[in-house]
Design a protein around this ligand. Sequence first.
Ligand code: AVJ
Length: 324
Amino acid sequence: MHVASARSSLNTAIQTPLGEEVYRGLTGHPKSLCPWLFYDEKGSALFEQITALPEYYVTRTERAILADYADEIISTAADRRLTLVELGAGTATKTGLLLEAALRHQQRVTYHPIDVSESALNEAKLRIETRLPGVTVKPRVADYTEGLGAIDAAGQRRLVLFIGSSIGNFEPTDAVQLLRGLRQQLHAGDRLLLGVDRIKERKLLLAAYDDKAGVTAAFNLNVLERLNRELGANFNLRLFRHCARWSEEHSRIEMHLESLVSQQIFIPALELEVKLNRGETIHTENSYKFTPEGLSSLLERSGFKPSRQWTDERNWFSVFLATA
Ligand code: AVJ
């Protein structure tokens, strides 16, 4: 990834995706920053740490579902030989379970991970092809909405993985748009496997996004550090506080950065001054939680036919299979 210095990015940073997003977000009312801004090198490492936290049940619960039901998922999806595609694959640590199951079902599997991070994809390719001979990995560096139609499945049934609760970052209307776009790039009969987090006790949800060790707080605050590093901004991290809220109305966890004092920030690369009142927040993430009915209706509105659902014994997370 490129890290522009404040000086060289002066006046041109506003035209980069980062600059544009920060400008839009910090001049808006209320102030916000997009969740994709979390994932620079440090933020990606912090997210990896989050997935191992005792309070963050999300990753390990989904992994347990896949461990228990991968064979069932694959045989339900595979009315023909499958080609697997994964949106936002990252280093694809949970996908191995599905690839192993696919290999028990057919001799060879082609796997197309799509992600914006080339290094994550290279790591995934090396690890998977070493560990699972029989799997051919064809990585594609792209935003996960583009380039899907171009994937040559050689007449096989495509199984598109959109797991990890990633859909939870989208507003419901954007989620429908995204899934509709996806549906349009698939052939009738292709499959979608969607991993979503469920509505549960408020206390459990809040703990998952405000852990004791403070890793989620560091993850959230890192976005300000990133603006300091890449845009030359002068955020003082001690003057902000991580805060996680459950919105009953929207069925979502919200993450915010609350300004502890009235202050003014300067972002040289954008030639932008930002005023924050004491107690004012920058909204950095939504993480929507679902009921099975809500998710089925989201799929139907997007043109998919929900076919089956798998869940853990506490009903904390669900994996949905749908047909295009
Ligand atoms: C990567 C979007 C699934 O919403 O749980 C974790 C991101 N944010 N802790 C989530 C996240 C704070 C995560 N997703």
